[in-house]
Design a protein around this ligand. Structure first.
Ligand SMILES: Nc1ncnc2c1ncn2[C@@H]1O[C@H](COP(=O)(O)OP(=O)(O)OP(=O)(O)O)[C@@H](O)[C@H]1O
Ligand SMILES: [Mg+2]
Length: 256
């Protein structure tokens, strides 16, 4: 069974892309077949995975707006690892999508067949709750929400939860919370307070593992590498490895 996980948080810079890239890499290391979909015009997941502009023939814009087949845009990055790359053109998609019929469900329809080839489909989203993120939430089985351990983290979360509930009411009733992941945690009092606050409000959904602030995580994508290849013994690698284990065991249980 394929699991489609959307990484979403309308707040920018919270670790969506970092988590998408390293989760993909961690799943691959555990023999899972992964498709990473980059739905952010910033294209950070595409470049962080080591894909250059020259390699891209078609991208997620062509799939959503120009009705290209997903298959024609997919880049085979490594064994068991495919990527549907993004492009800056995608910035125009938010407006162009408004003109389309069934505008929230285009991604769901486009990946319906293709997704069956994979164990996990991960969708990286832009920092907004627009039509691109809505397409992800409609296409997804679950949402993984990275939350940066800093003040105001909870405010954005409430709005995101509202959107998730709306999506559940209007077209994707099976959508679940994969988990809330605290990122860039430090040993400061503020960081600990925010983590325990989020745990208090969302105790069921918050991962036990937290991702510490680790400079290695910021360096790895510029080499097109995951944290496991770039700095396998770093605190970031250890934390993401725990997350991968938690996700595999949770989904294994659900599927069996
Ligand atoms: N655990 C971490 N420790 C240190 N730096 C991190 C960590 N996680 C992410 N970063 C850095 O923080 C910045 C934002 O992270 P990232 O790009 O993953 O967030 P994002 O939510 O995808 O951002 P956007 O909303 O702009 O797409 C990046 O420079 C990234 O390298
Ligand atoms: Mg990002």
């Amino acid at each position: 069974m394929t699991k489609v996980i959307a990484l979403a948080n309308q707040k920018g810079g919270v670790g969506k892309t970092t988590t998408a890239l390293n989760l993909a890499a961690g799943l691959l290391r555990r023999d899972q077949k992964v498709l990473l979909i980059d739905l952010d015009p910033q294209s950070n997941a595409t470049s962080g995975a080591g894909i250059t502009k020259e390699e891209i023939v078609f991208n997620s814009y062509d799939v959503l707006i120009s009705n290209r087949a997903v298959k024609s845009a997919i880049i085979h990055r490594a064994d068991n690892f495919d990527i549907l790359p993004s492009s800056t053109e995608l910035a125009g998609a938010e407006i162009e999508l408004t003109k389309k019929k069934d505008r929230q469900k285009i991604l769901k329809r486009k990946i319906a067949k293709e997704k069956e080839k994979y164990d996990f489909v991960l969708i990286d989203n832009p920092p907004a709750l627009g039509l691109l993120s809505l397409n992800s939430l409609m296409a997804a089985d679950s949402v993984l929400i990275p939350v940066q351990a800093e003040y105001f983290a909870l405010e954005g979360l409430a709005q995101l939860m509202k959107t998730i509930n709306l999506v559940k009411e209007h077209g994707n009733s099976g959508l679940t919370i994969e988990g809330i992941l605290m990122t860039m945690t430090t040993h400061t009092k503020i960081s600990r307070q925010v983590v325990s606050e989020v745990e208090k409000h969302f105790s069921e959904d918050t991962y036990h593992v937290t991702i510490p602030r680790n400079v290695r995580l910021t360096e790895a994508p510029s080499f097109g590498q995951s944290i496991f290849d770039f700095a396998g013994f770093s605190s970031g690698a250890r934390a993401y490895n725990k997350l991968v284990k938690e996700i595999i065991s949770k989904n294994g249980e659900e599927q069996s």
